[in-house]
Design a protein around this ligand. Structure first.
Ligand code: NAP
Length: 267
């Protein structure tokens, strides 16, 4: 197995991940997404080939969510068909956002969080999910202070159903508050949007984990500049607080390019 990407421990946890993670929105949903171009979801064979390529390139971090349509179910079916494949991944999934009849809706109640984690375990055909994040609607601080969702995730961690908890946030205040109450924040940071850099700084100071989402600005960063993928990776990995960047692609050539850029940027 090519370990060219290496591994980094997510600060504050015992979980080791490749600096480049694989985002799977496009495995389960092609409606209501903000990508520059429409796309057809990969079929099962194409999906398995993409996952195998990701492994060959040294990736071990897989990002999914109930909000990504059928992504969790499709991954779970594949884990059943290919014995031993699930064990090769650190899985990050989420709670709080649902995608129903083409629309996002949110429920951060304790009852829903617990239901959702149990459902993700079943869908993914696994006994434990390594990382479980609250999928914020944008109202980060209120969600954390009013719903008790991070406390429920902490209970699920004690029960051994998840190994680490956190929140995918959209504000500086929310990212910092999430880190005070959990292990990891997933934060937007790319060539177009760096407003949440303070969350990265805070995580570094406090020894907490950071996952970057939208490292390529959902593909928009790739539309201009000299070598936008390399420039994006250089920006992301210049911050020592970053554990990994989750990048979504259903194009094998793009995946290869992203892995090479990640290695070059981390050198
Ligand atoms: P992204 O990774 O910044 O960009 C993905 C887009 O960039 C895709 O349309 C992809 O198209 C394109 N792309 C990838 N590599 C490329 C390359 N080398 N050259 C040109 N285009 C390239 O944004 P994202 O998909 O929005 O976010 C990444 C992942 O983060 C998601 O899959 C998801 O797992 C996670 N995420 C989480 C949240 C959250 O709230 N928690 C929100 C958004 C995303 P091709 O398929 O054609 O390569």
């Amino acid at each position: 197995m090519n370990q060219g990407l290496g591994r980094k421990r997510i600060a504050g946890t015992d979980i080791e991940v490749s600096p480049l993670g694989f985002g799977t929105v496009k495995f389960g949903r092609n409606q209501g997404v903000k990508y520059p171009e429409h796309f057809t979801m990969p079929d099962d064979r194409e999906m398995f080939e993409l996952l195998n390529l990701a492994r060959e390139l040294g990736m071990n971090l897989l990002d999914t969510a109930p909000a990504y349509g059928t992504s969790e179910e499709r991954l779970g079916e594949l884990f059943v068909r290919h014995k031993g494949f699930r064990e090769q991944w650190v899985i990050c999934s989420k709670v709080g956002e649902e995608f129903i009849n083409g629309e996002s809706c949110f429920d951060f109640s304790g009852q829903h969080i617990r239901f959702s984690v149990e459902r993700s375990l079943k869908r993914l055909n696994t006994d434990v999910i390594e990382l479980m994040l609250v999928h914020s609607s944008g109202d980060d601080v209120n969600i954390i202070e009013q719903s008790g969702c991070l406390e429920v995730l902490a209970d699920l961690k004690k029960e051994g159903k998840i190994l680490a908890s956190g929140m995918s946030t959209k504000t500086v205040e929310g990212g910092i508050l999430a880190l005070k109450h959990s292990d990891v924040a997933m934060v937007t940071y790319n060539l177009n949007e760096q407003a949440e850099k303070q969350v990265l700084d805070y995580a570094l100071e406090q020894g907490k984990g950071i996952l970057i989402k939208k490292a390529l600005a959902s593909g928009h960063a790739c539309l201009s500049g000299q070598d936008p993928v390399l420039e994006s990776m250089k920006l992301v990995f210049s911050h020592p607080g970053v554990s990994a960047a989750i990048v979504g692609t259903i194009n094998p050539a793009h995946m290869q390019q992203n892995a090479e850029a990640c290695i070059a940027a981390s050198a």
